[in-house]
Design a protein around this ligand. Structure first.
Ligand code: NAP
Length: 281
């Protein structure tokens, strides 16, 4: 069984991006810039943002974190986003989620100009992705896609089953695999006989939030299994896939932690650089 090493893949991607930033600097005499807006003091968000900033600096991007208290007015955030939309030193804008209840998430997402939407959440990017046009793609599914392609470069005709239909993970994952000519089934909490669906899959991507939902006897021999789930449990951090059981049947499997997680931030940097490149053309 191939243990898909997300840390190594992310480190290789960062190295490639670092080289690309050097070339972009030579060509345009400036580097891509990432602006992250962080609202409130929630510990996980603080950690994510710190890691994003560290990784951005590592590959040579210009990055800034703009912090607000969780009492900030929605209008202040929207005004800041509009300013960043017009700032030519800013290639990518990210507002760290979740937001305080009094701030409308969709309004925030839709205020970011699509060409700087490094999370790929703007409806314009969602539409472009599903129409097969160039767009920013949400970072986690993009990371999953790159990991799958490393294991199996030719996905033509493969049967993929996506467990979970969130806008963040399941839906964009479906679009990415459709583009690769997979036959994709998207499943969710109302799916009848999830086990039978999973057993047909050459590729399973689980993005649910239920520890060890996907069992060993749900997986066809030699399937590729990507585990997006991050679940804090009494037994520590667990994915949505029963790792020990599934590792006995799968051809390749991502661990949790150390699988999909590290690729997410690396893909954010990739998206920032791609936004910069599109803005120069
Ligand atoms: P979400 O928005 O809560 O969506 C969960 C999806 O799972 C929904 O579509 C839901 O179906 C489906 N579902 C729930 N119970 C199910 C069941 N018994 N059988 C089949 N499907 C079921 O979650 P998310 O934001 O996509 O996140 C999923 C997991 O990924 C979480 O553990 C999260 O922490 C993790 N995550 C990891 C990363 C990373 O970087 N590795 C990034 C983001 C998220 P309905 O639509 O019918 O409700």
């Amino acid at each position: 069984m191939i243990l898909i090493d997300g840390k190594k893949a992310a480190s290789e991607l960062r190295e490639e991006l670092k080289k690309e930033v050097i070339l972009l600097k030579e060509k345009y005499n400036k580097v891509p810039g990432l602006s992250v807006i962080l609202i409130g003091e929630m510990a996980p968000s603080q950690i994510y943002v710190r890691n994003k900033e560290k990784s951005a600096n590592e590959v040579g991007l210009k990055s800034e974190v703009i912090k607000y208290p969780d009492t900030v007015e929605e209008e202040t955030i929207l005004k800041k986003i509009k300013d960043l939309n017009h700032d030519e030193n800013v290639s990518g804008i990210l507002v760290q989620l979740p937001l305080p209840k009094h701030i409308d998430k969709q309004k925030v997402i839709e205020t970011i100009i699509p060409s700087k939407d490094v999370d790929g959440f703007h409806p314009m990017n969602v539409g472009n992705l599903s129409s097969g046009y160039e767009s920013s793609v949400p970072c986690t599914p993009l990371g999953c896609y790159l990991l799958i392609k490393k294991i199996e470069p030719n996905l033509n005709g493969k049967k993929a089953v996506i467990v979970g239909r969130s806008n963040l993970n399941g839906k964009p994952m479906t679009q990415l695999l459709l583009k690769e000519n997979c036959t994709v089934t998207i499943t969710h909490s109302k799916t009848k006989d999830l086990k039978a669906e999973c057993l047909k899959a050459d590729i399973i991507v689980a993005a649910v939030g239920i520890p060890e939902l996907v069992k060993g006897d749900w997986v066809k021999k030699d399937a590729i299994v990507i585990d997006v789930g991050i679940n804090k449990t009494e037994r520590g951090l667990l994915g949505d896939v029963a790792f020990d059981e599934v590792s006995k049947v799968a051809k390749a499997l991502t661990p949790v932690p150390g699988g999909v997680g590290p690729m997410t931030i690396a893909c954010l940097l990739k998206n920032t650089i791609d936004c910069f490149k599109r803005s120069q053309n």
